[in-house]
Design a protein around this ligand. Structure first.
Ligand code: NDP
Length: 287
């Protein structure tokens, strides 16, 4: 009895030790964070800085990025720099990765977090908007991953993809946005399979977020969503922990994301109903 019990205790100890995040895990790591001028990306930059990482930040607004870089240096980043430009242009996505290669000599973590502006309301039939959003929220993620892969293979690094509950279950009022987030799941979950087949030791962490208190999200949805948003700094830290532990998927917060998703296979209609019931519904057009 004693030996199997000891074995169980050791196995448990090994499993929990493997599962424990320590800030040192990210010290000295070379990290790109996209969409780092505001919101969750900005908070990830500050956490990484406190942990002593090298950060390369990107977004469009240069003045904001300058402030974030300055703050990162005050907080203790090993180094901090930015490249500004738009992810509508795949050439810019590739350029950011080349800058990392030139400035940092390699890459340990690619955090794909930026998101293009969209509307909140019934689908308006604007196909061009869907195409543009796919370019920003999806194709640039693919382009950056493709360019960064040689460096990530070399460092046995990590790719972090910031997605949403709206990328796991149908959401009303954000149809183009949801479509881009579903596309990310398809691409990166399939890529993970290929990495396994080819023994490529690059982790892919898909982050499924609920409602977070960033300015953009609160402005768009606070009045219609019947729930309180979760804090963006805590969300950012949970993403980094999941990434450092090379998790397959990360759910934040668990109660508003993972738990409802358990219904998806056994009670999809009920899940759809629960999603709809989160909204204070606007009047139906023409009603
Ligand atoms: P924010 O709007 O606060 O930040 C978006 C970032 O993307 C900004 O830095 C913005 O900077 C940048 N960005 C926007 N358009 C472009 C572009 N064309 N090219 C390059 N960069 C661009 O968003 P959040 O922090 O709320 O969201 C971060 C991630 O979390 C997103 O992927 C989002 O889908 C996901 N998420 C957020 C939720 C929430 O409730 N907040 C819920 C679920 C998921 P700039 O304007 O300077 O370019």
């Amino acid at each position: 009895i004693l030996i199997p019990s000891l074995g169980l205790v050791l196995a448990f100890w090994f499993y929990s030790a493997r599962d424990t995040f320590k800030p040192e895990m990210l010290r000295g790591k070379r990290v790109i964070v996209t969409g780092a001028s505001t919101g969750i990306g900005e908070q990830m930059a500050y956490h990484l800085a406190r942990m002593g990482s090298h950060v390369l930040l990107t977004a469009r607004t240069e003045a904001r990025l300058q402030n974030v870089v300055r703050r990162c240096l005050e907080l203790g980043a090993a180094s901090a720099r930015f490249v500004s430009g738009t992810m509508e242009d795949t050439a810019f996505a590739q350029h950011v990765v080349r800058e990392a290669q030139a400035a940092l000599g390699g890459l340990d973590m690619l955090i794909l977090n930026h998101v293009g502006a969209s509307y909140f309301g019934f689908f308006d039939g604007d196909v061009e908007h869907v195409r543009k959003l796919l370019e920003i929220n999806f194709l640039s993620y693919v382009a950056m991953t493709t360019s960064a892969l040689p460096m990530l293979k070399e460092s046995e690094g990590s790719i972090v993809v910031v997605s949403s509950m709206a990328g796991k279950v149908g959401f009303p009022f954000t149809v183009p946005y949801s479509a881009t987030k579903f596309a990310l799941d398809g691409f990166f979950s399939s890529l993970r399979q290929e990495f396994a087949i080819q023994s490529i030791n690059v982790s892919i962490t898909l982050c499924i977020l609920g409602f977070i208190d960033t300015e953009r999200a609160v402005r768009a949805a606070a009045e219609v969503l019947a729930e309180r948003p979760a804090p963006r700094d805590e969300c950012a830290l949970e993403i980094l922990k999941g990434a450092a532990l090379r998790r397959r998927e990360l759910y934040y917060r668990y109660s508003s994301t993972r738990l409802p998703l358990l219904l998806r296979d056994c009670a999809a209609e009920l899940l759809d109903y629960l999603v709809r019931s989160r909204y204070r519904l606007p009047a139906t057009p023409g009603a």
